[in-house]
Structures are given as structure tokens and as C-alpha cells.
Design a binder for this molecule. Structure first.
Ligand SMILES: [Zn+2]
Ligand SMILES: [Zn+2]
Length: 240
């Protein structure tokens, strides 16, 4: 916990240092979040998307994507702020792999403002839970879980508590990149373990990017098995 707190402070000071200049075009000064208004309008919005998995839909008449129409995923809704494309993808990669905390914080703050679940609405979770990383990866490879830093930002803006320990990753999935989707999903299903304290709660599951949706489905499944009332998924971006 102490480590995450100091990371939080680091995140704050990283933003302070970058505050004067836009992260994308270098123009300054930028008053609130670290991206100037013209650049913010250039970020690729998600637009009309599948309510279950946030996949962008071609036609405004489509109610859901083909896959979710066939079988709805365990999470009741999925929200993402942008399409995972330039320059959002580059900012997220910097945050994820090169410790660019200012980029992460900025995207999380913009997402918090954009996706704000209204007070009293049934889309408002009781608790935010970041998609966990396997402890070995977090400790020895990356040093931090980007999903937790995003959850902390969303939680403080939305005034919803965050519990980073409610869900654990019990099996590493690094070697799964090359597996076929069906096999990957099968392996993922048992790779998360949720704590009984999620019982009866509406959980907001937080991650940086929704790629295939398989991770969100497996994590949601685990939360529901532990008694969660429902799961809503939130992410910065969605792979088209
Ligand atoms: Zn700019
Ligand atoms: Zn879908």
C-alpha cells in the first residue's frame, strides 16, 4: 500500500512538471488536464459502440456486435472513452511501458469527466476494482499496475472507493499471446480469483484498454461467481 501511495504522489508530481505544456503538441499553458483543447478534439472518440463489449459499431442502427448478440458477455455494460488508435494508443503505451505517468493521469482524468456515472443511476458502481496483474509481473517487470492508477483517478473523481485487492490474478497469461481465442478464453476463465467481499456489490472493473474483451469477461465471471451483483467495465480505449 505504501508503494502505491508513493506511486500516487509520483504521478501527481509528474503531472505538475508537465502541466504547463500539452503532452501532444507541446503548446502551453494547459490549464487543467495535460492536453490542450484543440488536441483534445483530435483524440479518436469511440462513437456508437456495442453496449456489452464497447466494440465500435459500423451502423448507428446496430444494437450490439455480432458476437454479443449471439451470447451476451457476463459484464452488463462496457464503456471506453476512445478508439485505441493514434495518438491515444501512443500515450497509453508510454504510460504502460515507459513510466509516462503524466500521460496516464491525463487520459484517466479526461475519461473520468467523459464517462461520469450519474449519482443515483443504475450504471454507478459501488466499488471500483482494477484488472489485476500477476504479482510476479507487477513486482519484477513493470513495477506498477497501470489499471490501478487509472482506477485511483476514476475513484477520486467519481467518489467511489477502489479495492485493488478484491480481484487477484492467479495465473500469468504472458504466454497466451499466440493461443487461439477459444483456448485463450478457456485459460483466462480460471486465471482470476475474486474475494467474497464483492458479494452483493455493483463492481466497476477498470482497465487501460479493452482488446478482445476476453480479459474483461474472465474477470467479470470471477467477480460474479464470488457473488457480485453486477459488473460494469470501464477502460480508456477500445481496440476497433
Ligand atoms: Zn496540444
Ligand atoms: Zn459486443
Amino acid at each position: 500500500m505504501a508503494l502505491m501511495r508513493s506511486l500516487g504522489r509520483l504521478l501527481g508530481s509528474a503531472v505538475d512538471r508537465h502541466l504547463a505544456r500539452c503532452l501532444l503538441c507541446g503548446d502551453g499553458p494547459v490549464p487543467c488536464a495535460g492536453i490542450c483543447t484543440p488536441c483534445r478534439h483530435d483524440l479518436p472518440p469511440l462513437g456508437h459502440a456495442c453496449p456489452h463489449c464497447a466494440l465500435p459499431l459500423a451502423s448507428p442502427h446496430d444494437r450490439a456486435c455480432a458476437r454479443c448478440l449471439q451470447q451476451a458477455p457476463p459484464q452488463n455494460r462496457s464503456y471506453a472513452c476512445w478508439v485505441y488508435a493514434y495518438p491515444v494508443a501512443q500515450l497509453i503505451q508510454g504510460f504502460k511501458y515507459r513510466r509516462d505517468f503524466a500521460a496516464g493521469r491525463t487520459l484517466a482524468e479526461l475519461t473520468a469527466a467523459e464517462l461520469l456515472p450519474h449519482q443515483g443511476s443504475d450504471q454507478r458502481p459501488d466499488l471500483l476494482v482494477p484488472v489485476p496483474m500477476h504479482w510476479r509481473k507487477q513486482l519484477f517487470e513493470r513495477g506498477y499496475n497501470q489499471a490501478q492508477l487509472i482506477a485511483d483517478t476514476l475513484g477520486s473523481h467519481w467518489q467511489i472507493p477502489v479495492d485493488a485487492r478484491a480481484l487477484r490474478k492467479v495465473a500469468p497469461t504472458d504466454s497466451q499471446q499466440t493461443l487461439k481465442r477459444a483456448q485463450r478464453r478457456k485459460n483466462l476463465a480460471n486465471s482470476f480469483q475474486a474475494q467474497p467481499r464483492v458479494a452483493g456489490l455493483h463492481i466497476g472493473l477498470v482497465d487501460d484498454v479493452i482488446t478482445t474483451g476476453a480479459t474483461q469477461e474472465a474477470a467479470a465471471q470471477s467477480l460474479l461467481q464470488a457473488g457480485a451483483a453486477q459488473v460494469t467495465s470501464f477502460a480508456l480505449a477500445r481496440t476497433p
